[in-house]
Write a protein that binds this ligand. Structure first.
Ligand code: GLN
Length: 201
């Protein structure tokens, strides 16, 4: 993927590691113009950014090696709308529990995220979520070695919860962080909500 798709908002997908293609396809299907971000210069001119799932320790390390960490932090702090899923939520967390040795985040979401929060038996599972912001049927979501939002700071709001009330997605303005993978169950409503927020900007 270099730069493809529609005439809608220009969305960059951080393409250092992880499920980049799934997000790109979904966004293109919703009319976005999508390009991959592997270098600082590729952040220029973006209307929005997606941080995919994958392995957050690897993405963190590569972001530092490629010189992307600081520009990403500045872009997010400067108001660039961001959607992060799974490892992407970890990258957005202001505070991280159970991170790898020396692991750093980008920030942008006033939450404490616990990495790999689900025990061994349920490292991967699918479940229905309660998501008041979305219309229609419950959200079927895939959790793959997923993190959890342990605490929300005053700037963040819960966006989705497990049936037992544990928070698995949070929002702060135009920054959305999801612990699960909507892109792998064909769920498009979070990306639609995100593009709507981008268009409103
Ligand atoms: N456990 C992974 C991490 O620490 C996240 C898993 C995922 O993105 N599916 O980054």
């Amino acid at each position: 993927m270099v730069s493809t798709g529609g005439t809608g908002p220009h969305v960059g997908v951080l393409a250092l590691q992880g499920d980049v293609r799934e997000h790109a396809r979904l966004l293109e299907g919703l009319g976005a113009h999508v390009s991959s971000v592997r270098r600082p210069g590729e952040l220029e001119g973006l209307d929005a950014l997606v941080l995919p799932g994958g392995e957050s320790t690897v993405i963190d390390r590569l972001a530092r090696l490629t010189g992307l960490q600081q520009p990403l932090r500045e872009a997010i702090a400067g108001g660039l709308p961001v959607l992060g899923t799974c490892a992407g939520l970890i990258l957005l967390a202001e505070r991280l529990q159970d991170g790898g040795p020396g692991q750093e985040t980008l920030g942008g979401l006033d939450v404490t995220v616990r990495r790999n929060a689900f025990g061994r038996q349920s490292e991967s599972f699918e479940t229905d979520l309660v998501v008041p912001a979305l219309e229609g049927p419950p959200v079927r979501a895939a959790f793959i070695r997923a993190p959890l939002v342990d605490e929300l700071g005053p700037a963040a709001r819960p966006l989705a919860a497990l049936p037992d009330g544990r928070v698995v997605a949070a929002r702060q303005g135009r920054v959305l962080g999801l612990a699960f993978h909507p892109e792998s169950t064909g769920e498009t409503r979070f990306h639609e909500l995100f593009l709507e927020l981008v268009r409103q900007r």
